[in-house]
Design a protein around this ligand. Structure first.
Ligand code: SF4
Length: 516
């Protein structure tokens, strides 16, 4: 039967056999509905059109119709791999003549995750995380009745390692420990960049030129509006390119991934990150092949265990965990708003207007999103997300912002990461406390503050750091809602002792919604 593939199902593992006929639909309406980053639209359409070319005669490639129109017009039964969002799943399930088949998008199916969440495959527990710093994993969701008490990411990750035999020496974790966080996540070195080879990047093809022209036309004719700037495509759009990108990362950058995975340098946009998330999220790579390539580098002695474990943790742990939580938490998860945050995203933020912003960290991160549609996980969560949390931005609007602005943003990725992890809008389902942080965190983990007009430790006055003042104003505004949280006992006690509490919150109030 012909297989209908969405634009995030483009790898060979979405077909039963390489000769299977395929339907690809390029729906213009999707671009009209949302204000995507221009480079995201370029990447998605480029990937879809490259795939159509590769498939040649076996591909029925329809441009311009809606999904429903294309399927109705095709007129014969179709199969579609289970899509990656609740909305798309509902849509395909309701379409006559369409059969939903299991997807190979992730290593963990929704059933696998449910089984684990209900404690059905328990193989021991970690001791969790309790040091209160941002750990890149969240703490883990609270289990339902009859299941695990908490769905700890660390437990899930170890279960993944065991069941897939990744970085295992018999029954023991390779290197003798499950977790090398202690060796990783250092502040940045005292230099402008890490001195590594640049991340892999493609040469554009004629398909890219065609897509660029198409997007120019849509924009000119008022059929699409974009965020960010156009620019050379930076990320893999084909299976072959994705393989090259993976190989390049493993050979040239993986060894340095761990130590600085949480650090930010103004002069080094990618640090030692893989920049493979766009290819993974387009379905061009399977997560298990990615972690296998990293493990092989360790086994060959080409990358230290700490970096390889840190990377495997992100791909086989955190990414799969987020996927599981997205389905496990239910369709209304993206609308949760436990702290009652209702501030609309200000225009300058939504428009990525970095030039309007004086705060060095926020300006640089917004500029990175504007120029590339990609910044790594710490700028996303500890600069953009932290800023939004402090100002009470509407979590749903913020989720849409992340989904549309990032080249690797999809509903399933952004709902747990934004609503749960970054905004605490699920009331602590995913994280045990809100990840609000003042300027001291950014100062420690970046080189931004030295060149900033503000001072990270000042909370009042002309040079008061908006992240530091915003941190205290956030606690002040939400003190009642957070009072019962044991992990906030110390910060709230600190707030109560703050002699200038009223002045700080009043100054923050006066700052209003304008750019800092
Ligand atoms: Fe950001 Fe504050 Fe540091 Fe400026 S002083 S870079 S606003 S954390």
């Amino acid at each position: 039967m012909r297989r209908w593939l969405f634009a995030d199902q483009l790898g060979p593992h979405f077909l039963d056999d390489p000769d299977q006929p395929v339907l690809l639909v390029e729906s213009t309406r999707v671009l009209a509905r949302r204000r995507f980053h221009r480079q995201k639209a370029q990447l998605l359409l480029s990937a879809l059109r490259h795939r159509a070319r590769e498939l040649g005669d076996r591909c029925d490639h329809r441009i311009g119709a809606t999904y429903g129109e294309a399927v109705a017009d095709y007129g014969e039964p179709l199969e579609v791999p289970d899509p990656t969002s609740w909305a798309a799943r509902r849509f395909v399930t309701d379409l006559p003549g369409v059969t939903v088949v299991p997807t190979a998008y992730t290593a963990t199916s929704r059933d696998d995750f449910s089984t684990w969440a209900h404690g059905g495959t328990d193989q021991g527990h970690s001791d969790g995380h309790g040091d209160g710093r941002w750990d890149g994993h969240g703490d883990g969701a609270r289990g339902g009745t009859g299941g695990r008490r908490r769905l700890l990411m660390e437990d899930f990750y170890r279960w993944q390692r065991r069941r897939f035999g990744v970085l295992m020496d018999g029954d023991s974790p390779a290197g003798g420990r499950w977790n090398f966080d202690h060796d990783n996540r250092h502040p940045p070195p005292r230099r402008a960049h890490l001195d590594l080879p640049e991340p892999w990047s493609p040469s554009e093809t004629e398909v890219d030129a065609e897509v660029r022209e198409h997007l120019d036309r849509l924009e000119r004719d008022g059929h699409a509006q974009f965020r960010g700037v156009d620019g050379p495509r930076r990320f893999a759009a084909t299976r072959a390119e994705a393989g090259q990108a993976l190989d390049w990362f493993v050979r040239h950058r993986l060894a340095d991934f761990g130590p600085y995975e949480d650090a930010m340098l103004a002069g080094d946009w990618a640090m030692a990150h893989s920049t493979l998330s766009p290819a993974l999220n387009l379905g061009l790579l399977h997560p298990l092949e990615v972690v296998a390539a990293a493990e092989q580098a360790y086994r060959r002695g080409e990358a230290p265990i700490a970096s390889v474990e840190g990377f495997v943790r992100q791909v086989l742990g955190w990414r799969e965990y987020v996927w599981g939580i997205y389905w496990w938490a239910g369709e209304d998860y993206a609308d949760r708003n436990a702290l009652g945050a209702r501030t609309p995203l200000p225009r300058w933020f939504d428009d990525l207007d970095a030039d309007a912003v004086g705060a060095a960290c926020l300006s640089d991160v917004l500029a990175g999103v504007r120029e590339r549609g990609w910044v790594h996980h710490i700028p996303r969560l500890m600069v953009l997300g932290n800023w939004a949390l402090q100002r009470g931005y509407d979590p749903r609007a913020l989720t849409d912002f992340f989904h549309e602005s990032f080249v690797d943003g999809y509903a399933w990725v952004m709902a747990p990461n934004v609503v749960g992890m970054s905004q605490y809008a699920d009331g602590g389902l995913m994280a045990t406390k809100p990840y609000a942080a003042g300027g001291a965190y950014i100062h420690r983990m970046s080189d931004y503050c030295g060149g900033c007009r503000y001072h990270p430790s000042h909370r009042l006055g002309e040079d008061a750091c908006p992240f530091t003042a915003g941190y205290w104003a956030f606690l002040d505004r939400n003190a009642g809602a957070l009072a019962a949280n044991p992990r906030l006992r110390r910060p709230l006690a600190g707030l109560a002792r703050l002699a200038d509490r009223a002045a700080v919150t009043a100054a923050e109030h006066r700052r209003g919604a304008g750019p800092p």
